[in-house]
Design a protein around this ligand. Structure first.
Ligand code: DX5
Length: 248
């Protein structure tokens, strides 16, 4: 099992910027999760996202820290947990102990977002914040100093295979401007309906991390093709529109 030092890093400071492709394992064959995460590393994804859902904050129930820990033995890729749960504070430490480098807390899920994000750091994790489609980016501008990633959901969370919400692109531009105003290296992540036909416009709007599930696992030419195709499209769009921090 790759220990913490042998694992790769998803830190925004770690490497040259450029579009990052992240796999959402919600669309994987969960009966073979170990093999699937090893195959994702082979296919060239940059890191893996675990969608932790509690059938309360979102209308679906998925997996928790124990499943994440079981997958941890099969790859050196960085893990992040997106906590789509009504009480994130009770799961933060366990997700970090299970091998997550980053824990994403939804702004809508906690009464004290600032304290919850500080708690991620206290547990040795990288803190990140997410907003659902109806939540304005203003809800997180006062915690941008605590996070290394902001997630703008491009679907209402709960399921894979949903249609991309193009109406989120103005919010992406606002998020990119707010991040740039801090002068800090912070990733801008999108999640939901990311596919060849949608990735270019959200890259042009400022995103530089792209979570994908059904388009990745469902590509008839295989996952390595999907990763390469999505990354090329995102980088070209960013260059063409001078967007994001991709080629800064
Ligand atoms: C939805 C999840 C997403 C989803 C993405 O709530 O947070 O990560 O699995 O799947 P696709 O790419 O199929 O929309």
């Amino acid at each position: 099992m790759p220990d913490r030092d042998e694992r790769r890093s998803s830190s925004p400071q770690a490497a040259a910027r450029g579009a990052r492709i992240v796999a959402s394992v919600l669309s994987a064959d969960l009966s073979r999760l170990g093999e699937e995460v090893a195959a994702l590393e082979e296919a060239g994804v940059d890191w893996i996202q675990f969608d932790v859902m509690d059938a309360d904050f979102v209308p679906n129930l998925t997996f928790g820290p124990d499943v994440i820990a079981a997958a941890r033995r099969h790859t050196a890729l960085p893990f992040e947990a997106q906590l789509m749960v009504a009480n994130p504070d009770v799961l933060i430490q366990r997700c970090v102990e299970a091998g997550c480098e980053r824990v994403i807390v939804h702004a809508e899920s906690t009464r004290n977002l600032h304290r919850s994000l500080l708690h991620v750091e206290e547990c040795g994790g990288r803190a990140a914040v997410a907003v659902n489609p109806a939540t304005p980016i203003d809800a997180v501008v006062n915690v941008l100093d605590l996070v290394d990633l902001v997630l703008v959901m491009t679907v209402n969370p709960g399921f894979g295979g949903q249609a991309y919400l193009k109406s989120m692109e103005p919010k992406l531009r606002l998020a990119r401007a707010a991040i740039q105003a801090t002068g800090r290296p912070v990733w801008l992540e999108v999640d939901g309906g990311i596919a060849p036909e949608t990735i270019e416009t959200c890259s042009a709007a400022g995103a530089d991390v792209f979570v994908t599930g059904s388009a990745l696992f469902g590509d008839p030419l295989g996952m390595a093709h999907a990763v390469q195709d999505l990354r090329t499209r995102a980088n070209l769009a960013a260059t063409r529109f001078g967007a994001g921090a991709v080629m800064a």
